[in-house]
Design a protein around this ligand. Sequence first.
Ligand code: NAP
Length: 278
Amino acid sequence: MKKLYGVIGSPIQHSMSPLIHNDAFLQLGIDAHYHAFHVLPKDLEAAVVGLKALGVAGFNVTIPHKKAIIPLLDEVDNTALKIGAVNTVVNENGKWTGYNTDGPGYVAALKQITATENKHILIIGAGGAARAILYSLVKEPGAKVDIFNRTPEKAQHLIEEFSLQGTSRAVTMAEVVGNMPNYDVIVQTTSVGMHPHIEDSPVQIATLKKNAIVSDIIYNPLETDLLKQAKLKGAITQNGVQMFVYQAALAFQYWTNRVPDVHRMEKIVTERLGGTTC
Ligand code: NAP
């Protein structure tokens, strides 16, 4: 019988997950379908019960349910618990088990363009995506992370919650500007610069280290103002498409034990957003 997968969120109509997962099922000859379900916060609990009753094999979770779903699941893996967010749920013999593939997905994407050992990294933002990325990045050997956030207490809170005081710290805007030539990697995780406010940028790019990587997890637009500035200063840049497809590929593997073609996923998403890949 055809297996059913999906994504729950609100809003959800622009989700590109059905596109890439359905294509991967087709490519791998898996008899399954992936559907986007619009679920309002008030209906989350009923949706989780209903999806199980319908025998759904697994689903993704997106804004605004990544945190709220945790108490509704039967089990949650340790990484997702520490991050405090679930984006992938697997039906394991009738039990819902939650995972987080955002952090590992980001690191897998970063590894496509650089080695990740001994990097001095700046994370801009301290929201849900930043938490997942920070949790995974600090596992890389020799990682030293500065966090800058509009609300500084949230950045400091993240450092303390993850017990990173020895290697990482919350920094001010003045420190970001002063340290910019020292960062190997700058990761932009806020929603600033996202469509339709594409002229906005959370920081201005000053002089960068030679071969610095500037990555923005936003993928609409494909090139944010921050990435444009970084390119002009000579940086190697990466948009959010790769994080998106690597987190999706990891979810796909949890559900099917099969490895989808990530480059094909990247091409599909990029083309849907009006860009091209080589
Ligand atoms: P979130 O938990 O709501 O966090 C939002 C972050 O943005 C916070 O650090 C917030 O700072 C900051 N921010 C918001 N408006 C700001 C402004 N006007 N000026 C300065 N900072 C501002 O959201 P999230 O879940 O982390 O998502 C953030 C972004 O990541 C979204 O654009 C989302 O689409 C993207 N994302 C991409 C992927 C991917 O696969 N590529 C995956 C997940 C998320 P305060 O703490 O001061 O409010």
